[in-house]
Design a protein around this ligand. Structure first.
Ligand code: 5GP
Ligand code: ZN
Length: 109
């Protein structure tokens, strides 16, 4: 938990969010400003700043994030039509929340 981190506060339920899934390792909630008909954020409970900060020991959580995205896509029936998975990395890469998260985007006609 990092006290000035919005996503840590959402995970701790100190700030509201539209939760779609959670388990002991990660949470999934709706993006507040969706850039696609489906826009969910897959967020590890552990505070990691960005992809720059991960090491091989974080492999398990990264794998779980991707599998969770796959399951959410099936649940939403966008798996066959297709979707995007996106990590923005640091300011130049468009990252504005510095708590690692995977965007699941899809649902276009
Ligand atoms: P980034 O640009 O850091 O990869 O993505 C951050 C995402 O978090 C953005 O798409 C933004 O709309 C979303 N976001 C920012 N603040 C909040 C919030 O308080 N609640 C929710 N649900 N999403 C947020
Ligand atoms: Zn955080």
């Amino acid at each position: 938990m990092q006290s000035d981190c919005i996503f840590c506060k959402i995970i701790q339920k100190e700030l509201p969010a539209d939760f779609l899934f959670e388990n002991e390792n990660l949470v999934v909630f709706r993006d507040i400003n969706p850039k696609a008909p489906v826009h969910q954020l897959i967020v590890p409970r552990q505070h990691l700043r960005s992809i720059n900060d991960i090491t091989i020991s974080d492999g398990q959580i990264l794998t779980e994030m991707i599998f969770t995205a796959q399951k959410m896509a099936v649940k939403l029936k966008i798996d066959r039509s297709g979707y995007k998975l996106l990590f923005n990395v640091e300011k130049g890469g468009g990252q504005v929340i510095f708590h690692l998260h995977l965007h699941l985007l899809g649902g276009w006609k």
